[in-house]
Design a protein around this ligand. Structure first.
Ligand SMILES: C=C(O[C@@H]1CC(C(=O)O)=C[C@@H](OP(=O)(O)O)[C@H]1O)C(=O)O
Length: 358
């Protein structure tokens, strides 16, 4: 359990941070899809470690190998397996925590659940697992391009520094213009400086990634337990370090009255539209054709470069040294991960929606 995601467009990921390789098996991708390998690599490059001064300095090319499911450049309808080999593990950085529990990491809970754990780089609990999700998400995006569905994500907050514009007021073509992936250049500079200063202080900081999905037709989503926003929420909350999810008006919406919050319908030629979009493109758990937008909150990375008090497996009081190569803030590399998880949900729900009616 727990290593698979999705129903009809279904992924199964495998691998550990310091093992031989990580990867994904995608089951249910429709046949005949042109598998653009350059696009998959460009998506992996957006997530890979070592890409800037505000990320971990572990150097991984994250080049991939398609092992199955593709013939003459197209999907065959059989499971697509994509593998990414690890190259730059430094497992000795982790020998000091072999029997210690790092504060706010997954060490204690993995040890308690399984009675054994690969402590090297956090093993399976490492955010390196998300390389497999981004590879699968790239395939989902290729499929969804045929349906004119597009995905954007960007950094909207770092620590207390928050954009005061929403996605409709920002130029989303500017997201990749800076190492942080924040479309407001002035704010990006301030946020990068804050992350860099935090890194120099041997500490870490959190932030928010905003996601936007455009072009989703009305009618995607299941009515009761598998509401579209519930599935997007699960997808986002399954990403390492995520502590919060909200969509549409979210938590701020409680400040409005119904008279302000209701999204009035109108006809724009033959298209049904709403004058506002507090619903975030989903009503009754089903997409209504308007933009879907949401926020994902990432905690400060648990590994800090200072000593911390903790306990070992025997329950003795110990000091955990802060060392190794880690991200001072994950949000810049989380942007493609958020897009990938959103694409996986929409690909899955699009296929499900085709089974809803005769
Ligand atoms: C390698 C990646 O990020 C890693 C995520 C991570 C963790 O504990 O989550 C710990 C570090 O790995 P290591 O100490 O093994 O070098 C990060 O560099 C990646 O995302 O590809």
């Amino acid at each position: 359990m727990g290593n698979s995601f999705g129903n009809l467009f279904r992924i199964h990921t495998y691998g550990e941070s310091h093992g031989k390789a990580l990867g994904v098996i995608i089951d249910g991708c429709p046949a005949g899809l042109l598998i653009d390998e350059a696009f998959i690599q460009s998506e992996l490059d957006r997530r890979k470690p070592g890409q800037s001064k505000i990320t971990t300095q572990r150097k991984e090319a994250d080049e991939f190998e398609i092992v199955s499911g593709v013939f003459e450049g197209k999907s065959t309808g059989t499971p697509i397996s994509i593998m990414i080999r690890n190259q730059d593990q430094k497992s000795k950085d982790y020998s000091h925590i072999a029997d210690k529990f790092r504060p706010s990491h997954a060490d204690y809970t993995f040890q308690t659940k399984y009675g054994i754990r690969d402590y090297r780089g956090g093993g399976r609990s490492s955010a390196r697992e998300t390389v497999a999700r981004v590879a699968a998400g790239a395939v989902a995006k290729l499929f969804l391009k045929h349906h004119s569905i597009s995905f954007y994500a960007y950094v909207s907050q770092v620590g207390h520094l928050k954009l005061d514009k929403d996605y409709t007021q920002l130029d989303l073509t500017k997201i990749e213009d800076n190492i942080l992936r924040c479309p407001d250049p002035e704010m990006a500079d301030k946020m990068i400086e804050l992350i860099d200063q935090t890194r120099k202080n041997r500490d870490t900081i959190g932030g928010i990634v905003t996601g936007v999905i455009q072009g989703v037709p009305a009618g995607l989503g299941e009515p009761v337990f598998d509401k579209l926003h519930a599935e997007i929420g699960k997808a986002m909350l399954s990403i390492n370090a995520v502590k919060g999810f909200e969509y549409g008006s979210g938590f701020e919406g409680v400040k409005l009255n119904g008279s302000e919050h209701n999204d009035e319908f109108y006809m724009d030629n033959n298209l049904v539209k709403t004058r506002t979009n507090y619903s975030g493109g989903i009503q009754g758990g089903i997409s209504n054709g308007q933009d879907i937008y949401f926020n994902v909150a990432f905690k400060p990375v648990a590994t800090i470069m200072t000593d911390q008090e903790s306990i070992n497996e025997a329950g003795d009081r110990v000091t955990v040294e802060g060392k190794g190569r880690h991200d001072p803030c994950v949000v810049s590399r989380a942007v493609p991960i958020v897009e990938a998880m959103a694409a996986l949900v929409i690909a899955d729900y699009l296929l499900i929606s085709e089974t809803n009616r005769i």
